[in-house]
Design a protein. Structure first.
Length: 285
């Protein structure tokens, strides 16, 4: 067993191989928030996988530009980071994004990674936060432990998307319901359900107090402007007492454990292409 009870992996290294984990984030401009969320996550992953070199990349080009303009610090895109890792002699790479759902950002990231499939002996991709059923159950347990005792309703505010992956939020609500977490609700800023869909449910359930919690890795502009701003104002006008927890999930070590588990899973199970799998079935007949 390795440190923190993470089992040995079968991410095979032969000869002078060099292993790396590329942590990929959407990003945030605020330096203190970066340190307390993305930096904290990177640090914990480095501690859990000490035989791997840790690298970082941002997917948001706008954030990369704003960070450079404000701090003269140039963050790498995933392509740039992988190109640099290839030049540095990395042979085995895990790409782990801190995305919450399997959405457009994840699809674009996989497209970028395909450019480098021949640059490394082995390159694999870890899953976003909400992927397998056990991820949803673990998330529900984390939030129940953290917020169950505060009283009133806990409304988690996700980013949301028009992509079909938005259904992940509905699945998480289903898990809340199955686990009798009636005081937990999830809404989205740019998807479904929106706040307007939650308010009738809150009133129907005679909720008086609402605690808003960003269901985002980083409590950045959306948390400040949409959750602590617009959502708070709307709920207060509707007669609710409102508190806001300005903390992203990237500040929660329990969330880091889920990402670490996804990295471990990527090491232990090499993805088999569906086309090859289908072809193998018919070879025997």
């Amino acid at each position: 067993m390795t440190k923190n009870n993470l089992p040995d992996n079968n991410f095979d290294i032969c000869g002078n191989g060099k292993k790396g984990i590329l942590m990929v984030h959407f990003g945030t401009v605020k330096s203190e928030v970066r340190k307390n969320t993305l930096g904290f996550l990177n640090k914990n992953i480095a501690e859990k996988f000490q035989d791997f070199h840790i690298r970082e990349a941002y997917t948001s080009r706008m954030i990369i530009k704003r960070i450079y303009t404000k701090y003269e610090v140039r963050k790498s895109t995933p392509k740039e980071a992988l190109r640099m890792m290839a030049q540095e002699g990395f042979t085995h790479v895990i790409v782990q994004a801190s995305h919450v759902i399997n959405g457009l950002e994840g699809e674009y990231l996989k497209d970028e990674i395909r450019y480098f499939k021949d640059e490394f002996q082995d390159i694999r991709v870890g899953d976003p936060l909400l992927t397998l059923p056990e991820d949803y159950i673990q998330i529900a347990d984390i939030f129940k432990e953290e917020f169950e005792s505060i009283g009133g309703a806990v409304v988690l505010a996700g980013h949301g998307t028009r992509h079909h992956s938005n259904s992940a939020y509905g699945m998480l609500q289903t898990v809340f319901n199955i686990k009798d977490m009636e005081e937990f609700y999830i809404g989205t800023v740019e998807g479904y359900p929106a706040l307007e869909h939650l308010i009738p449910q809150l009133k129907k359930n005679k909720v008086k107090k609402v605690t808003l919690v960003p269901f985002m890795i980083v409590a950045g502009n959306h948390a400040t402007e949409d959750i602590n701003g617009e959502w708070r104002e709307i709920l207060e006008k509707e007669g609710f007492s409102v508190e806001v927890v300005m903390r992203g999930m990237g500040e929660m070590p329990e969330i880091h454990e889920i990402f670490a588990g996804h990295i471990k899973r990527a090491m232990d199970s090499k993805e088999e292409k569906l086309k090859d799998k289908k072809n193998k079935i018919l070879k025997s007949i």
